[in-house]
Design a protein around this ligand. Sequence first.
Ligand code: PLP
Ligand code: LYS
Length: 471
Amino acid sequence: MRAHEAGALHAEGYGGPPQWLPYPRNVNDLLPMLWPSSVRRDERGRLQVAGVDAVTLAAQFGTPAYVVDEDDFRARARGFRDAMNGAFSHGADVYYAGKAFLCTAVATWIAQEGLCLDVCSGGELAVAMRAGVPGARVGLHGNNKSAAEIEAALIYGVGRLVLDSFDEIDRVAAIAASLGVVAPVMIRVTTGVEAHTHEFIATAHEDQKFGFSLAGGQAYQAAERVLAESGAMRLLGFHSHIGSQIFDTAGFEVAARRVLDLHGRVEKENGVRLPELDLGGGFGIAYTSEHHPRTPEQLAGDMAAIVARECAAQDVAVPRVSIEPGRAIAGPSTFTLYAVGTVKEVELGGGASRAYVSVDGGMSDNVRTALYAADYSCTMAGRVSDAAPMLSRVVGKHCESGDIVVMDEYLPADVRPGDLIAVPGTGAYCRALSSQYNHVPRPPVIAVRDGVARVIVRRETIEDILALDAL
Ligand SMILES: Cc1ncc(COP(=O)(O)O)c(C=O)c1O
Ligand SMILES: N[C@@H](CCCC[NH3+])C(=O)O
């Protein structure tokens, strides 16, 4: 089931037989799990976020636009921080995975809320530096970091570089030696876990590009190589990340057990102490009511139990644990606001039909539907309607038939040009993966807090795009 979720309440809550209320029966028609916490409808039927309504936002900033509820984003960040500190008695660290969505304001929020920041390129590192995130609280990832990226990170004094290949071990050792610093490093391990998620976003099975294989022995060898370079590198510990948008707890558990087994063996057999362990991110969020995310408390509690059990079994000290949630912080805090341009009804045969509702963005601002067959839902944001529900597909304005934003949704049959449509759950990997396909400028990101909306990433213009071209 995916149609109608953002736009209507299930009559029986989330269980039981589907009994959808006609669209939208009342003004509180939004499934809370899909929206930032402040979102509601006002008395005019307009979607409202942190006290500002969607019609006002569209008039002031234009469409399409990503709209982030700043307090919701901050609360999700704090939620992970507090849950990890609550579960691990000696403290723990949360590295927000900036790849989900990063800009200077977000890096500032993350630092203010007491989190660390995971960056995976020189560009993301530059944002962290600009926001003044202390180097010690930044981690640098990447399976092919350039020498310039490594050097910039070491000069900035990042708290960790996560190593991904033997070539990189040599490269980091040489650069650290030339700078006269000791690089704090972790080793990314491929644990062999087949995570239950889309193939393109699973990262711990053997046949993919990330990390050192645990089963093949390379992860152990990598540790030996790093330990042998003690003048240039300090081994903090191991890192495991099994993939993204994962709900299945077994995958996390198996990965944690395997990486802790390696951690214990390396400590004992080399007479060293590894002070840290990173268990990655990947925690799934609800895009539809089919998804049932676990709370940060549940996730942290489970991790703490596994770590305590495995360390006791191996008789090694409990390392300081870190995690790297991206989607679970950024995703639900944001919705994309579009304006409808055209509505076209297409006969499907057998008397059935579908409305193609074209909006003023599309795969350039949200490629996840095309790339991962991701499920989204949507609702009218500027008004409510008593018209009958109509099976609709929300599509973009690009020259591709796969340019689909929301595959199936029930919208009221009187949806028309000029209506506003809001798509929830677009805070992670939408702006981050956006493009200028068809030379469509990227939308702005608008942060709303306490009744005030402000631009945190400005809209691109056609002049921005033209400026890249040589004459
Ligand atoms: C190493 C690493 N850490 C953290 C993340 C964040 O994942 P998510 O946004 O699913 O929490 C990713 C992306 O999958 C990643 O590759
Ligand atoms: N871009 C992916 C997630 C990849 C996470 C980065 N390792 C998505 O949108 O779901």
